[in-house]
Design a protein around this ligand. Structure first.
Ligand code: CP3
Length: 354
């Protein structure tokens, strides 16, 4: 196995010393890059891009050619699992994801097939192995999944939603049906992440994009509990090195101490809470990943640098920080502003690691 040339990201996730703060960006491969738009056009539609290991590998590598990122993230989508369960994922121009079938009753949940992820989602594992080969030890590769709750919201609504009416009604009226669905998803997600780790993912992130719409008790029962179950079922070492787990609940700042307790190595933080405050809440139990407002990237490079300095100062000296945005980068960002962002993190963080 090739030795990693840059392991800052893995070291920071384990709370170990680094020379500068590592950085990667959620959605770093995406529509803000002209080369992504070109490959996407070549593929035809988004799912064909995900399902071609060669093209998925190409777009994973694109941001690394432009920027000094400290990690690569597998190019795929969280909705590959419900798609493989037969719900029929599709994207219409200018709109979010949609499913041809929804899951809204006990019978719908019972009818969901049990996945054999290594065969049903073989295209994802093939992309992981190909990307590892292409990276050739330059930086580590992150694998990912959606949380059971976040996947369930899309499966029940059949698309994104403003109020999650159907998902919440099912949760409150028929909690046992919701739990049966979440149980199936937790099982599928555990196998999916373990298959990604076996194929070469060196860290994994659980995206709980919609956990933050829940009340505190509902979050604990319907989202956090299932993420805890997943974390406890993951392969935590590969090639003699720890495989760290990052849990990102968007709008989950209130619940950071509880998230830190589920056995993960790092909590993801959106931009609403000061990272220094988050650090007080979790102590040195876990690392923290975040948390610049993605909209700052619309501002000038000078303003971006100022914001990077502010966040680094808020976290302060010491280990356990992975710099990131508080959510994914948006398609309208100027790619040159990302250069200013990434370089500022490396330049201004060195003083905090002396
Ligand atoms: O971070 C990365 O670079 C890896 C790739 C990645 C994508 N989706 C590619 C993508 C990751 C990690 C995801 C996760 C994902 N997908 C989440 C969780 C993270 C988050 O943002 O909260 C969610 C909720 C989804 C579901 C999904 N897929 C949405 C809401 C959309 C966007 C719809 C839109 O038009 O903005 C997608 C499609 C998608 N996934 C795109 C990309 C680059 C855009 C598709 C395109 O090229 O047209």
């Amino acid at each position: 196995m090739t030795e990693l040339k840059n392991d800052r990201f893995l070291r920071a996730l384990s709370g170990e010393a680094v020379d500068v703060t590592p950085i990667w960006m959620m959605r770093q491969a995406g529509r803000y890059l002209p080369e992504y738009r070109a490959t996407r056009q070549q593929a035809g539609d988004f799912m064909s891009l995900c399902q071609s290991p060669e093209l998925a590998c190409e777009v994973t590598m694109q941001p690394l050619r432009r920027y000094a990122m400290d990690a690569a993230i597998l190019f795929s989508d969280i909705l590959t699992i419900p798609d493989a369960m037969g719900l029929g994922l599709y994207f219409e121009q200018g709109e979010g994801p949609k499913f041809r079938k929804t899951v809204r009753s006990e019978a719908d949940v019972a009818a969901l097939p049990e996945l054999d992820v290594t065969s049903d989602l073989a295209y994802v594992m093939n992309a992981v192995s190909l990307i590892r080969r292409e990276l050739n030890g330059s930086v580590p590769l992150i694998g990912f999944t959606g949380s059971p709750w976040t996947l369930a919201t899309y499966m029940i609504e059949g698309s994104g939603s403003k109020d999650f009416r159907n998902a919440k009604a099912l949760m409150y009226d028929q909690p046992e049906v919701m739990h049966a669905l979440l149980d199936k998803l937790a099982d599928a997600v555990t196998k999916y992440l373990n298959a990604q780790i076996a194929a070469g993912a060196q860290a994994v992130q659980i995206f709980d994009t919609w956990g933050g719409i829940l009340s505190t008790p509902a979050y604990q029962q319907f989202s956090l509990q299932y993420m805890k179950k997943i974390v406890s079922g993951l392969t935590r070492e590969a090639d003699g090195r720890k495989v760290p787990v990052i849990v990102f609940t968007k709008n989950g700042g209130l619940w950071l101490p509880e998230i830190a307790d589920i056995g993960c190595d790092c909590v993801g933080l959106d931009w609403t809470m000061e990272i220094g405050r988050a650090r007080e809440l979790v102590g040195d139990r876990v690392a923290i990943q975040g948390n610049m407002d993605p909209s700052i990237l619309y501002a000038s490079p000078a303003r971006i640098q100022e914001e990077v300095k502010r966040i680094l100062a808020s976290f302060g000296h010491g280990n356990g920080h992975v710099f990131n945005l508080g959510h994914g980068i948006t398609p309208e960002v100027n790619p040159d502003h990302v250069t200013a962002f990434v370089d500022a993190v490396h330049e201004y963080s060195a003083q905090y690691h002396q």
